[in-house]
Design a protein around this ligand. Structure first.
Ligand code: ZN
Length: 324
C-alpha cells in the first residue's frame, strides 16, 4: 500500500529583486529566512527559502530571484494563488499590518472562508486564511509578528486550468478527493490533517496560457514521507505522466512531472531538511552551496547580488531581554 501524499511540501516562485524579495517575506510576512543557497540547475543565481523557524515541510515558500527578469503572465497551466493559514481571530491584525506596510488587500470568500488577498512586490498573489491547523509550527525567532498571529504554513494553492477533467483524474491518482464545488472553483483534499492540504482548481476554458516570469509560481511540491514512498509514487505516476529520475536537492529529494493542465508538480521528501548544514540559530545567514559546487564558490559569490538579512526582534527575544 502506497504511503499517501498528505499535502504541500513547498512552493517555488520567481522574483526579480533578491533584496526586495527577502525584505517582503521576512519583514512584512514575518517568515524565517531558512536557507540562502543557489539554484542547483543554474548555480550563479540564488535560491531563497522562507518558512517557519526551521523550514518544516508544508511551510516553505521558495524563490528564484532573477534580477531584472520580466513579469510573467497569469494564465492557464499556472498556480494563481498561494494561501497561508493564519490563526483563527488574527485576520484583523493582518489587515492592519499589511495596510501599515502599504500593501493593499482585498477579501474574497471561497467555500465559506475569507481569503485576505494581496500581491507581493512582483505581483504574485498571496492569500491569508484563518484556519485552525492540527500541527503547530515553530514561530520564526527573528520576526516582529506576535507569536499568536504568526503564519502557520500553507493553507493551500489554486491552479488555473482550461479544463478540469484530466487534472481531476491526476489529482485522484495522487489521493486527492473532491471536497466541494463553487462556480468554476473545485476544492480537493487528501486524507489526513496535514497543513497545506487544499488544492483549488479554477477552470476558465477561454483563458490564455500563462507565461512564466517574475511574480509567477514555478512549481508546487507535494510531500513524500521518505525515499521509498517517493519511489512508489514515481512508479505509480509514471504509468500516466512522464516523471523525472530522483534529484538530490540537498535538503530533500525530488521528482518532477507536469500535470495534464500544464502545472509543474514535484514530490519532495521530508528529510533530510534544512538543519543538515546549519544550526537552527544561524539558518539563512551564510550562502550554502552543495559540495559539488564548492570548487566554484568564489565565482558564484561574485555573481550573486549581495544581500542584507534584517533580523527583527521577536516577542520572545524582547521578553528574555527584559528579564535581564
Ligand atoms: Zn521544488
Amino acid at each position: 500500500m502506497r504511503t499517501p501524499i498528505v499535502g504541500l511540501h513547498h512552493i517555488t516562485a520567481i522574483a526579480s529583486d533578491p533584496q526586495r524579495n527577502l525584505d517582503f517575506y521576512t519583514q512584512v510576512l514575518g517568515l524565517r529566512f531558512v536557507k540562502r543557497t543557489v539554484n542547483f540547475d543554474d548555480p550563479e543565481t540564488y535560491h531563497f527559502y522562507f518558512g517557519d523557524d526551521v523550514g518544516t515541510p508544508g511551510t516553505i515558500l521558495t524563490f528564484f530571484p532573477w534580477p531584472g527578469t520580466p513579469k510573467g503572465r497569469r494564465g492557464a497551466g499556472e498556480t494563481i494563488a498561494t494561501a497561508f493559514s493564519i490563526p483563527v481571530g488574527s485576520m484583523s491584525h493582518w489587515r492592519e499590518r499589511l495596510t501599515d506596510k502599504e500593501v493593499s488587500t482585498e477579501e474574497n470568500v471561497y467555500f465559506g472562508g475569507t481569503h485576505l488577498s494581496f500581491n507581493d512586490p512582483d505581483g504574485m498573489v498571496i492569500e491569508l486564511v484563518e484556519h485552525e491547523e492540527a500541527h503547530v509550527v515553530s514561530v520564526p525567532r527573528f520576526a516582529d509578528v506576535p507569536a499568536k498571529y504568526a503564519i502557520q504554513g500553507f493553507f493551500g494553492t489554486t491552479l488555473l486550468e482550461q479544463s478540469l477533467t484530466r487534472t481531476d483524474a491526476l489529482l485522484g491518482i495522487m489521493g486527492y478527493r473532491k471536497l466541494s464545488e463553487e462556480g468554476n472553483r473545485t476544492r480537493y483534499e487528501p486524507e489526513g490533517d496535514a497543513r497545506g492540504r487544499f488544492v483549488d482548481v479554477v477552470v476558465d476554458k477561454n483563458v490564455q496560457t500563462g507565461r512564466m516570469g517574475a511574480g509567477t509560481v514555478h512549481h508546487i511540491a507535494f510531500r513524500a514521507s521518505d525515499d521509498s514512498a517517493q519511489v512508489d509514487w514515481q512508479q505509480e505516476l509514471g504509468r500516466y505522466v512522464s516523471v523525472t529520475p530522483v534529484q538530490d536537492r540537498t535538503y530533500f529529494h525530488s521528482i518532477y512531472f507536469r500535470e495534464p493542465g500544464g502545472v509543474l508538480f514535484e514530490i519532495a521528501t521530508d528529510a533530510p531538511g534544512f538543519l543538515i548544514d546549519e544550526t537552527a540559530e544561524s539558518l539563512g545567514e551564510a550562502l550554502r552551496i552543495p559540495e559539488w559546487f564548492e570548487p566554484q564558490r568564489k565565482l558564484i559569490e561574485a555573481r550573486v547580488q549581495p544581500i542584507t538579512l534584517h533580523k527583527a526582534k521577536s516577542e520572545a527575544t524582547k521578553e528574555s531581554e527584559a528579564v535581564l
